[in-house]
Write a protein that binds this ligand. Structure first.
Ligand code: NDP
Length: 250
């Protein structure tokens, strides 16, 4: 299937661009010629990334935002559009994975996952839809997880959020058959990023062995899948990409 690798003139907004998959995706789009808007809470990280992209001859803007807050999510998406005059790709990537048993869980962890992994995606999408519709189309790329298809103990609420994003993405796709807006769900298996560093120590101790010997994906591998989807010709919609480490049991 022919796809483009030249995103010159395109505008791409990436949430969770301060590390891991979001950072790699923003860099990959910038290298492919796109202007990129970067969102995360850690201002210094996204500003440093924007400076790096500018130093390489690219164009980037850093907008500090907690995507779980509707007004901040809105301000990010609108800010990207105002700065660059259009919005071609929204990568809803920001996420947290606070694994643990359901019984006795600190319920604050559940709220954080629901706020970021679900509400963040919904708010950014809500803000992007009229902008993309107004220009005749765009791509909304939602980063889910293999945990949005396969269940295991201790991932009850994380998987709840990722299964939910799968359901939301398919409804969104069907509502946009005539608008030119495509929807893609990206479902990575284990990727070497900061994601697991936020899991409580006692939980890590219990599940630590589950991935023994697995050579994780790199953030760049996932970025590559995202660019593949966004680079397809207009009549091709890549609805779903599941990518896993080759020797991973899940
Ligand atoms: P990282 O922890 O490296 O990156 C997570 C990003 O999300 C950071 O940039 C973080 O920025 C941002 N983020 C977290 N909370 C918020 C918030 N409230 N508002 C805005 N941004 C926020 O992990 P990954 O790169 O691995 O994760 C990216 C996505 O990939 C997530 O959705 C995750 O669920 C998914 N994924 C990851 C897998 C893995 O094994 N790593 C496997 C499958 C899916 P900051 O803290 O500065 O706000």
């Amino acid at each position: 299937m022919p796809g483009v690798r030249d995103f010159s003139g395109k505008v791409v907004a990436v949430t969770g661009a301060s590390s891991g998959i979001g950072e790699a995706t923003a860099l990959a789009f910038a290298r492919a010629g796109a202007s990129v808007a970067l969102a995360a809470r850690r201002t210094e990280r996204i500003e440093a990334l924007a400076a790096r992209i500018a130093g390489d001859g690219g164009e980037a803007i850093a907008i500090t935002a907690d995507v779980g807050d509707e007004s901040q999510a809105n301000a990010f998406v609108r800010g990207a559009h105002e700065r660059f005059g259009r919005l071609d790709v929204l990568v809803n990537n920001a996420g947290v994975m606070l694994l643990g048993p359901i019984e006795g869980a600190p319920t604050e962890e559940w709220r954080r996952m629901i706020d970021v992994n679900i509400m963040g995606v919904l708010y950014c999408t809500h803000a992007a839809l009229p902008l993309m519709r107004g220009q005749g189309g765009g791509d909304i790329i939602n980063v889910s997880s293999v945990g949005g298809r396969v269940l295991g103990r201790y991932s009850g609420v994380y998987s709840l959020t990722k299964f939910g994003i799968g359901a939301f993405s398919e409804a969104l796709r069907q509502e946009n058959l005539a608008t030119g807006i495509r929807v893609t769900l990206i479902e990575p298996g284990r990727v070497e990023t900061e994601l697991r560093t936020h899991v409580r120590e006692e939980v890590i101790r219990e599940i630590g062995g589950a991935f023994a010997g697995v050579e994780p994906l790199e953030a760049d591998d996932v970025a590559e899948a995202i660019l593949y989807a966004a680079g397809q010709p207009k009549h091709v919609s890549i609805s779903e990409i599941l990518l896993r480490p080759s020797n991973s049991p899940m």
